[in-house]
Design a protein around this ligand. Sequence first.
Ligand code: AMP
Ligand code: GLY
Length: 422
Amino acid sequence: MKILLLGSGGREHALAWKLKQSPKLKELIIAPGNAGTAELGTNMDVDPNDFEAVKKIALDQQINMLVVGPEEPLVRGIKDFFLNDAKLAHIPVIGPGKRGARLEGSKEFSKDFMQRYGIPTAKYTSVTIETIDQGIAFLEEMKAPYVLKADGLAAGKGVLILDDLQQAKTELKSMLEGKFGEASKKVVIEEFLDGIELSVFVLTDGSAYVVLPEAKDYKRIGEGDTGLNTGGMGAVSPVPFADAAFMKKVHRKIIQPTIGGLYSDEIPYKGFIFIGIIKVDNKPYVIEYNVRLGDPETEVIMPRIKTDMVDLLVAAASKELRKCSIEFNDDTVTTVMMVSGGYPEKYQNGKEITGLDKVSDGMAFHAGTKLQNGKVLTHGGRVIAMSSWGKNINEALAKSYKNAEAVNYEGKYYRKDIGLDL
Ligand code: AMP
Ligand code: GLY
């Protein structure tokens, strides 16, 4: 197999690391990749949203499979682009087409989908500037806090949670007037759910599926989950509060109707689904769907999977997942995200990273790095996801933190409380 993997984050480095363990993998190309993926395959400096450039690699390199890491190329229709091109149509793509990608690309679509298939989720309404009065009335019926979500992709910034009704009305208007560009010309207003969150991952071929290990992600920049939202500051898998009884409910009330709904809607789907779930009074509710793997969740779930990942992806692509099962090891895996000073606001790139050779008993998954003249430089807000495994959270965390101390660059920051709430 010759696989082309699109993306450049910790998620892609962890996925590349897992794919590389398969004897079936002959060659791996990562576009654009980072300094970490460069050690596992060939990086090619191409933007995953530039479909013509991706096509050129696919044809020049005669790839056997395209694996799409981030959501944007999927929402923009890279799968349809491959299917509709006579020279590319035979190449399997891991990731949904444009219609399936609406589960992430449109909050309104995903809420309507959940409502139609009886999948538990927060009460909601969806409005535009023309129907803003309906939105105001809905807000007035609700209790604080108020949840406003831009319908479209807004680089993770499109969700506002507000305590004050007046402020919620003002923000609703400003969103509908384009606060997040086209993405917020439509807004989903939701009931606030008070509970504890986890991330659940499914690989499906459109009818059968396997469930990957679940994970808990730490989203805020500051310790004690305070401060600004980030892409994710750390993660843990397994999640102790997601016990067998709870996961059974997740299967029955969420995963099965989701896959069944896609099938009934005649939406072909070969790829990952990341379901953001919140546990309220021991019941699972869907917060959101994503049409990809999570980051930094991938950095803790890949080390727990024993099954060959190339086998699973080939089975998903050829609609043979019903013949597969997935096995996990007994490890607890933690990851601590090392970020650039200033992130998630302004930060500087290009700081030299030292000490990577001192990392032991774990993996430094590169999230935002770049190789230049033989040096590894910071190249993003999130820089390195320090993953480790052990018999329990404490054992794994001690290794993640020891390795995080050993690696240095100007402005290094990481949270010291990952997993402690568990
Ligand atoms: P989303 O982009 O939909 O995942 O929302 C971002 C974050 O906002 C989620 O991870 C939750 O922490 C929070 N959130 C979203 N919707 C709700 C809700 N209905 N109730 C409580 N928190 C929410
Ligand atoms: N860690 C959350 C995400 O990947 O969206």
